[in-house]
Design a protein around this ligand. Structure first.
Ligand SMILES: Cc1cc2nc3c(=O)[nH]c(=O)nc-3n(C[C@H](O)[C@H](O)[C@H](O)COP(=O)(O)O)c2cc1C
Length: 184
């Protein structure tokens, strides 16, 4: 199984990466291979809402007009057997980079059938890591559930974590990685 992890944090040594690595470690122990993409390091614009009515090529052709890293990231996503979206909780919500990516993916996947192969029914796991008070992780779970639905993903799990319980959550995420491999 090939797992692609897409992170809304730019810090490879941060809490979001730590939680992600725990899941990938568990999966690797059962033979999975993986890659990580740190979205803030990518060239990734927000949706331009191209036309006056708020739509654009996403509606008519199932692709995005913006020439940045969106298409390359999405090709990697299509090729993955499972995708992990890991989000650092910012202002009780999704990080700007993950929000921008998922908004654009949802636009092409929701509307145009030709855009859906490799996106629709893709098994995904969400992780929301709050480094402050912590309660924002639950809002991120709710938001991820909504936007994953727009992308037409098969949502396997969405895990809230906070600074205070990160050690315990990492152990649980490692076990989740093993379980993902056992379930096939
Ligand atoms: C702009 C910004 C907003 C943040 N807002 C919240 C918040 O609302 N609630 C919270 O618990 N932590 C908040 N944090 C802390 C982040 O959740 C924490 O920095 C993040 O989990 C660390 O992830 P990283 O180590 O992967 O970068 C915020 C951090 C930043 C930079």
């Amino acid at each position: 199984m090939y797992i692609l992890a897409i992170l809304g944090s730019r810090n490879p040594d941060g809490q979001t990466a730590r939680a992600t690595d725990a899941l990938l470690k568990g999966a690797a122990s059962k033979g999975a291979t993986s890659d990580k993409i740190f979205l803030p390091a990518c060239q990734l614009e927000r949706c331009r809402q191209c036309e006056d009515n708020g739509w654009g090529l996403c509606r008519t052709e199932g692709r995005c007009v913006i020439d940045d890293d969106f298409a390359a990231i999405t090709e990697k996503l299509r090729a993955a057997d499972l995708v992990v979206f890991a989000n650092p909780v910012y202002f009780c919500g999704l990080s700007e980079s993950l929000h921008a990516y998922l908004n654009r993916l949802g636009r092409i996947g929701w509307i145009r059938e030709n855009a859906r192969p490799g996106i629709q029914n893709k098994p995904v796991v969400g992780i929301a890591v709050a480094g402050g008070g912590g309660a924002g992780s639950y809002e991120c779970v709710r938001r991820m559930r909504m936007i994953f639905g727009t992308c037409r993903f098969d949502v396997v799990d969405i895990v809230p974590a906070r600074r205070q319980n990160l050690d315990a959550k990492c152990r649980a995420l490692e076990a989740t990685g093993e379980w993902l491999m056992d379930r096939g």
